[in-house]
Structure formats: C-alpha cells, structure tokens
Design a protein around this ligand. Sequence first.
Ligand code: SAM
Length: 382
Amino acid sequence: MAGFEVRMCNSQKGKGLFATKEFLPGDVILEEEPLVSCQFAHNAAYRYLACDHCMRPLETPEQNVRRLSAKQDIILPHSNCFETDLLNITSCNQCGILYCSQECKEISYATYHRSLCYIQSEVLHPISVLVETWKQIHYPPETTNIMLVVRLLAYIQQHDDPALAAENVKQFCHRTINEDAELVHKLLGEKFSDQLNTLREMTANVIRGEYIDEFLTPEGFSSLMALVGTNGQGIGTSPLALWVNSVSQLTMSDDERQQLDVFIDKIYQYVEEESGQFLNTEGSGLYQLQSACNHSCAPNAESSFPYGNHRIQLKAIRHIKPGDEIHISYLDDCTLQRSRHSRQRELSENYLFVCCCERCMSQSSEPDCTSDEEMSDDDLDD
Ligand SMILES: C[S@@+](CC[C@H](N)C(=O)[O-])C[C@H]1O[C@@H](n2cnc3c(N)ncnc32)[C@H](O)[C@@H]1O
C-alpha cells in the first residue's frame, strides 16, 4: 500500500496529497525521481560540475571544500566512502556532457537527450543561444531554468505515446490565462512580454513537433513557463553537506566529536568567506507526486535530497493520521516564524496565492498589520 493518494481538497487549493495510513515523525512518505530536472544555468557556469541527468556533484567532499574555500591543503577525515561514487563517471559519445553513471546516461538519452544532443562548444547552436539569453534575463539567485522547459518538451517528443505525455504535463497545477501572465511577469520582471516572446521563438528553434507545437504558441508558452514556475521544486546537492551528515552519524568519543565540530565550523567559515552563500549544486525539477503537496505554515512533512542527487524524499515531521492532508512549507524556516501578515505577503508575492492553511485560518481574526513596525522584515509571530 502506497500510504498516500492525490485528490481534490477544495476549489481554493485544488488537489492535494493525503495520507491513507499513519505516519510517525521521521517516517518516509514517498521517494520520487522527477519527470525532468536541470541544473541552473549560472550554477553550471560557475563550475558546479554535476551529472547532467541527476545533478549528483562530480567531485568528492574534499575536492568540493577545497574549491569552495580556495584552500588546496584541506584534508577531510573519514571521506574515503565517497570516492567510490565517482568511479563510474561517463560521457555522452556525441556531445561529451558528463554523467555520474551509465544508467543516468541511458535514462537521459531515452527520455530527452536524444532530441537535444549538441556539441557544447558550438556557441551559435540554438541551445547555446537560448541558454545565454536566459542568463541575461534571469540572474542569480535563480528560481527556474529555461532548460527545464526545453527538457519537458523533449520528454513529450521522445515519449512512446506523446499525446499521453502531453496530458501528463497538463496535469501539473495550472491556472487561468491572466494568472499565467501575472506569474510570468513575476518570473521575468518588467520587460517580461518582449522577453517571453524572445524565449518562445528561441525555444521553437531548438525543438518543435506535432505534439509540442501547442506549447509554443504565445499562450501555450506563457502557460508552460507558469507551470514550471508554480510546480518547479528547487534541488540542492552538496558533497560537503553529505559528508557532514555522514560523519555526524559515526560513533566517536565526546572529545573527538567536539574536535570534529570545531573543524566543521572552521571549514564552513572558510567556505563562506570565499564563496558566500552559493554552496550547493542547484537546479530544479518537476515531480508528479511532490508537486501535488500543498503549502502549510504548520507543515507536517518536509522534503530533502538524501542521496545527493535529484531523487526527492518526503518525510513526516509530525504525527500524520490516515485522511490527513500532507503539507510541506514553501517558505524557509525563518519566514515561517513570522506573522500571518508577513507569511501571506511572501506567498502572494512569490507564489501568487492567498494561504488558507489551518494556522493562517486560525489567526485570521488577528488585525491586519499595516504599521511600519509590523511590515518590517522581523515581524516575528506571536
Ligand atoms: C505545487 S501546486 C500544489 C498542488 C495544487 N493544489 C494542484 O491542484 O495541483 C501549488 C499551488 O497550490 C495552491 N496552494 C498550495 N498551498 C496552498 C495554500 N496553503 N492555500 C491556498 N492555495 C494553496 C496554489 O494555487 C499554489 O500555486
């Protein structure tokens, strides 16, 4: 038994993910591979070398920390178990892009890469032109990626049953034409309508065909961009974080643990000094089940990437009973601590919905905050 189902919640929230069995805190609810995923364009340009399919970083924790801190003499203890991960690196025979394994290479080719394979050094290739244009339009911190759109179109094109694949794509949360336009405006900024048209024409130069042409009309493309903006799940992978996680589970004396903690704090300090906050290989993916999960300001589940690649895991963080809706938070921990007003502002500005979770509803009798003090960034809850 899967333990969950996707069904309608109400007309405001649309569909949601519901438990069909009990989950205790720490229980895994589901694990899922994305339909498609892709590393962000700037992240790749800044040498965050990753598997082109699953986003597994192609460096050991030690190589990772040395690059991010610019200190070539750092030696990480207990790091030998990670070396084996990198023994199977391979590349596409035609274009040379890198994969962490033969399996990723084969899945990628069979799912979307066959339609998109090109020699990366061809600066005038339509994909290079599109990616470079995207980088001009969408600066870091990146929230989505035009290549996710392109891979989605290639996924439909290469599918054994392209009509069914197009329907699968349309199952993701979608909106009215006006709401799509508003979301694309948010995504691309002030000059969004010219930019959207440019991106659409460039995307059509990369890929087109019977089952995807409907997504390449002005309306279809706007709706596809909004679909990716609403449903795209951020992915972050870091060999250093995996190493920290695995050494924290080793058995050692209190003294050794204390020394290790001091060492970890120190390397994070070096890394922050050299590389700021951009420490992870970052990208986004479209997940069929995960994207059915609605937001709550008091979530009972959270997602993570415990395998250091794009495979997502959803875990219970509170007791979930059969019939309960499974919620994650779309907000970071810090914003979650803030007032209802502040949380709702963040959600409506960035995700274009008015949150109707239980916590917001139970606080809806709170007066609306309008004073300068309450509008400030640190308007903490309660
Ligand atoms: C990733 S989708 C989640 C699945 C979606 N409900 C569906 O029908 O496909 C995100 C969208 O769900 C809706 N949503 C999610 N959480 C919500 C909440 N707490 N209150 C109101 N709407 C919510 C919003 O329309 C949001 O853009």
